[in-house]
Design a protein. Structure first.
Length: 266
């Protein structure tokens, strides 16, 4: 199977019937594979964009070529899906998105919370820089990403996603107040390295990965996005990325042993 695409953040996964993990993950193994099917059934091939591309509202033109060869096949022949744009999938907290967002980049302004995912919907509340919001999922409306959130005072609504950054904290409990001047954010500086513990519990691996990446790349943990843990057999892998000053994205993988011991980040 081969995926040819014009977007470097475009990949595909293959899922076996009833399996919770992919038998092939393109973002780890690349965009081609010669896979032996372990059992019969309906396999799902998912073509997708990584979250950094989804956040920017990108799309991709692609060709996915599939060859089937085996005793049940009459003759090996390619089946090519037609080219077309791939729209970013909605990001929900239960589907790879963070549990909480932090509002950043507003300056001295406030961010409107609306009753629906567009500027045509009414404003029901406002939030300000530094507020932590619970994430209920995001979707694209045209070229704008809108996210459904719960504000610190318990109101639920929709906000523009470009001001949201992943937060590892808990939601704040104080209600939003009138805007106040916010000093400009300093440039990232190197973070002193602290030796990792011998092992980390599996549910803490993404957070620990963000800390290791922060130490290596000199980026604040709040500016780093990490994905859920992948079990690749010999070890665990947590993928992540952050946006650099030149507008590009730096991707990295954190590797852990099966007992949760940290191995490397690169």
């Amino acid at each position: 199977m081969q995926l040819d695409t014009d977007n470097p953040s475009n990949y595909f996964n293959i899922n076996a019937p009833g399996a919770s993990e992919s038998v092939f993950n393109g973002s780890i193994s690349g965009n081609s594979t010669n896979l032996t099917i372990p059992s019969s059934g309906n396999y799902i091939i998912s073509v997708y964009l990584m979250r950094n591309a989804a956040r920017r509202g990108e799309s991709a033109d692609f060709d996915l070529t599939l060859y089937v060869d085996g005793t049940a096949a009459q003759a090996p022949r390619p089946t090519t899906l037609p080219s077309g744009p791939v729209a970013p999938r909605p990001v929900a907290s239960m589907d790879g998105g963070p549990d909480f967002w932090q509002v950043q980049g507003l300056g001295s302004d406030t961010l409107n919370v609306r009753s629906g995912p567009s500027t045509g919907n009414s404003v029901i509340a406002t939030v300000r820089n530094g507020d932590t919001l619970r994430n209920f999922g995001c979707t694209m409306n045209g070229s704008t990403r809108w996210c459904q959130v719960q504000t610190p005072n318990g109101q639920q609504g929709w906000v523009a996603g470009r001001y949201l950054h992943e937060s590892f904290g808990q939601p704040s409990t104080l209600p939003s107040v009138n805007p106040r001047p916010v000093p400009s954010q300093p440039r990232p500086v190197a973070v002193p390295y602290t030796p990792p513990p011998a092992a980390v519990s599996i549910d803490q691996l993404p957070r620990f990965c963000a800390g290791e990446a922060s130490a290596k790349f000199g980026v604040r943990p709040t500016e780093i996005t990490v994905n859920p843990v992948l079990d690749v057999g010999a070890n665990f892998i947590t993928q992540g990325y952050f946006d650099k000053d030149d507008g590009s994205s730096q991707f990295f993988n954190c590797y852990f042993g099966k007992d949760g011991s940290f191995q490397s980040v690169n």
